[in-house]
Design a protein around this ligand. Structure first.
Ligand code: ADP
Length: 616
């Protein structure tokens, strides 16, 4: 914008100058001579004036027959009549003075214009600055500056440690890019969009880049927030531009960071969100428009998949989701090792110790630790980075992280481990529960401190009463495990209780599973939520007495399950402790590992009792 405006100014100046020069040349060509008024009077007296044009204070005229060396036209400034007569009588040579108003005129109109332009420029520049546009008005929509393109990416999967599951999924994309024909041989379509989901700093950008590096294709990247602009239509133009550029370079990877900034669910109240909505629509249109055979693969990252517009996640768009989670202990060690390669580490600095100290840390935090420790070592004039520096760096980073996200203290971690193993053991003990896949005490998100991942063995459409009861039991398992080990519960079971109570309430109100009420449903008509009648729905069309009885029934179910789980876990206290210790150490464990510990404990117990019998 800068260059454009000054360019225009220069234009104006040059034109003005040219005009001035032309004017003076013209007046010279016509040859008008400026003469004193007394001279004019003399011409008049000699009858030499042919014609005059009289202005307010100037008189311009032609001489009748100009002599050699005389200009044919003249210009004079009028002098007061009386004064002129007087002066003429005394033979004074006199002339009117031409006031030069040029400068005054110039100032009177040029200064305001210049001021106006200057203020306008300052304002515009400020506006642009705020929105981070370097290019200005003229380049809006082109946005070439902000689309980063790397032709030759030298990041590979080896640079991203941990997250093996994510890498395995992405490996497939690499093969797509490398040998598209192989996958299309039978008419299959290559996925267009891959969504990387995970907390910040876990290496989503790194992985996307590694895909480009491994497949040896160009990598376009842009952040979702950069699409969202002040002016309606600009974001959409950017999306178009991005895809246009990418198609030229295909096969390639387009990486959109912070997809949530752009892809938030389109609200009902669209007030003020027109721009984002347009941009999002444009993205959807572009995604539908391009053919994956062209070899453009879209990779996006978000840490808030739940707020994304469902249209983005539909089949044919971002339908592949790859979870990039915080690394577990082994993963953290590997990441530390990658960064330790670039610094001078003392041989006795044990990275395992640091990995054990840093549950919940993301890759970016670990990279930061290594860097901090290097700085610390330099400050201490050391030749190598020792364990001390690493540990101190961890403390520093933790202090910074504590504000941002959860880093569990050891006591909390132990409690979470028992809690999670509690869930898993109950699931293991109850026949017909979903199999336990993975138990983890790596903090995730805001609420969950750990999680037990159960996967159903088959798709379910119906659930029996005992299966629902088992679900409640598994949910209660965590809380009861805490109770058994610590004789006290914590706030960590809030979500479990909520879910369990919901199931129990549905069993009674919706599914008619209470012998007390018989074949009655107290649930609202499930269709009513689709038939938006505009009428407020009654909360429950039953009496207060019934409501009270429902509450009693819910409590009965919960109590029954509580006792049941108490029995199950009470008999497995040893396994509970052992598995929790294992989990504390490794941070994640598979269902098989838990099963192994449980069988091992059962065998030991059996042996003990056999020995006892034999001994007695
Ligand atoms: P995200 O996009 O998930 O917020 P980034 O990919 O930008 O995270 O990661 C930030 C930095 O953290 C990376 O540049 C890299 O140095 C480091 N990092 C994160 N995860 C890993 C990992 N798994 N292995 C190696 N380095 C990592």
């Amino acid at each position: 914008m800068q260059s454009k405006t000054s360019f225009n100014l220069w234009y104006a100046l040059v034109t003005l100058l040219t005009l001035l020069v032309l004017q003076s040349m013209w007046s010279r060509a016509v040859r008008i001579e400026q003469i004193p008024y007394s001279q004019f009077q003399a011409y008049l007296a000699e009858d030499r004036v042919d014609e005059v044009r009289i202005g307010r204070d100037r008189i311009q005229g032609k001489l009748r027959d100009p002599q050699e060396g005389e200009a044919p036209q003249f210009l004079t400034v009028r002098v007061d009549e009386e004064l002129a007569d007087n002066l003429a009588q005394h033979n004074v040579r006199f002339a009117g003075e031409i006031e030069n108003t040029f400068l005054r005129d110039l100032l009177s109109w040029v200064v305001p214009v210049v001021l106006f332009v200057a203020i306008w420029m300052v304002l515009i520049r400020r506006m642009m600055g705020k929105n981070g546009i370097g290019g200005g008005f003229m380049s809006i929509g082109k946005s070439k500056a902000k689309i980063y393109m790397e032709d030759d990416v030298n990041v590979t999967f080896a640079d991203a440690a941990g997250g093996d599951e994510a890498k395995a999924e992405l490996q497939e994309v690499v093969s797509f890019l490398k040998t598209p024909d192989k996958f299309q041989r039978l008419g299959g379509k290559i996925p267009k969009g891959i969504l990387l989901v995970g907390p910040p700093g876990t290496g989503k950008t790194l992985l996307a880049k590694a895909v480009a590096g491994e497949a040896n294709v160009p990598f376009f990247s842009i952040s979702g927030s950069e699409f969202v602009e002040m002016f309606v239509g600009v974001g959409a133009a950017r999306v178009r531009d991005l895809f246009l550029q990418a198609k030229e370079k295909a096969p390639c990877i387009i990486f959109i960071d912070e997809l949530d900034a752009l892809g938030k669910a389109r609200g009902v109240s669209a007030m003020g969100h027109d721009e984002r909505e347009q941009t999002l629509n444009q993205l959807l249109v572009e995604m539908d428009g391009f053919d994956a055979r062209s070899g453009v693969i879209l990779v996006a990252a978000t840490n808030r998949p739940e707020i994304l517009d469902p249209a983005l996640l539909r089949a044919g768009r971002f339908d592949r989701h790859v979870v990039v989670d915080r690394p577990d202990k082994a993963g953290r060690r590997d990441i530390l090792e990658i960064y330790a390669r670039d610094v001078v580490l003392s041989p006795e600095a044990d990275l395992d110790v640091i990995a054990a100290m840093t549950p919940g840390f993301a890759g970016a935090d670990l990279a930061n630790i290594v860097n901090e420790s290097a700085l610390l070592a330099v400050r201490r004039d050391k030749e190598q980075i020792g364990l001390e520096e690493l540990q101190e760096a961890v403390e520093r980073v933790i202090a910074g992280l504590e504000k941002k996200n959860r880093v569990l203290n050891p006591a909390e971690k132990e409690r979470v481990a028992h809690h999670e193993v509690g869930h898993a053991l109950v699931a293991l003990a109850l026949p017909g529960s979903d199999t336990v896949q993975k138990i983890s005490i790596i903090p995730r998100g805001v609420a969950a401190l750990g999680y037990t991942l159960q996967l159903p063995t088959e798709d379910r459409f119906l659930m029996t009463q005992s299966e629902l009861e088992n679900r409640i039991a598994v949910l209660l398992g965590g809380r009861i495990a805490e109770e058994l080990v610590y004789n006290e519960v914590s706030t960590g079971a809030q979500d479990d209780l909520l879910k369990a109570t919901d199931i129990a309430r549905s069993m009674i109100k919706a599914y008619g599973m209470s012998p007390k009420f018989g074949q009655v449903s107290f649930d609202r008509d499930p269709r009513s939520q689709f038939l938006q009648t505009g009428q407020p729905q009654p909360v429950g069309d039953y009496s207060e007495l019934t409501a009270h009885e429902i509450d009693c029934e819910v409590r009965r179910i919960m109590d029954e399950q509580y006792n049941r789980v108490h029995g199950i876990l009470g008999a497995r206290r040893d396994v509970l402790r052992e598995a929790a210790a294992f989990l504390l150490d490794k941070e994640t464990m598979t269902g098989d590992e838990l099963h192994h510990i449980a069988t091992q404990a059962a065998v030991t117990a059996l042996e003990a009792s056999v020995a006892e019998v034999i001994g007695s």
